[in-house]
Design a protein around this ligand. Structure first.
Ligand SMILES: [Zn+2]
Length: 110
C-alpha cells in the first residue's frame, strides 16, 4: 500500500519503511512489576531482563503466556495470587499444575 505524501522521494522511503515494519516479527513481553511492554524479535515464554520503566529486574512474560495466566479461574489461583508479580504467578501456576504446556506454547504467527 503506497504512502501518499505528495513527495515522491518521501513516498519511496516511507513505503519501504512501512513494508519492512510489516514484515518484522516482533514478540511482546510484559514487565512483571509495572506491566510495561517490550518487543523482542525472538519468541520464548519469558525473557529475563531489567525494566527501562520501573528498574525492576525479572522475567518479562510473553503476552500469550500472560493471557493464559489471566484465564486461570479465581478459585483455582494459588494463595496470594493477586500480590504476586506476573513472573511469580507463572511459577506458582506451573508448580500447581494450573498451566498446561499447551496453553503456554506460543502459536506461530504464520
Ligand atoms: Zn517495569
Amino acid at each position: 500500500m503506497p504512502v501518499d505524501t505528495g513527495d515522491p522521494a518521501v513516498d519511496a522511503v516511507t513505503t519501504e519503511w512501512l513494508d519492512a515494519l510489516r514484515l518484522s516479527v516482533s514478540e511482546t513481553y510484559i514487565c512483571p512489576y509495572c506491566e510495561s511492554e517490550v518487543d523482542r524479535n525472538y519468541r520464548v515464554q519469558y525473557v529475563i531482563r531489567s525494566c527501562p520503566e520501573c528498574g525492576g529486574h525479572g522475567r518479562f512474560v510473553h503476552t500469550v503466556v500472560a493471557a493464559a495466566l489471566d484465564e486461570i479461574p479465581d478459585e483455582d489461583r494459588p494463595e496470594g495470587w493477586k500480590e504476586k508479580p506476573l513472573d511469580e504467578r507463572l511459577i506458582a501456576a506451573v508448580k500447581a499444575g494450573l498451566l498446561d504446556v499447551a496453553d503456554t506454547r506460543v502459536p506461530d504467527s504464520t
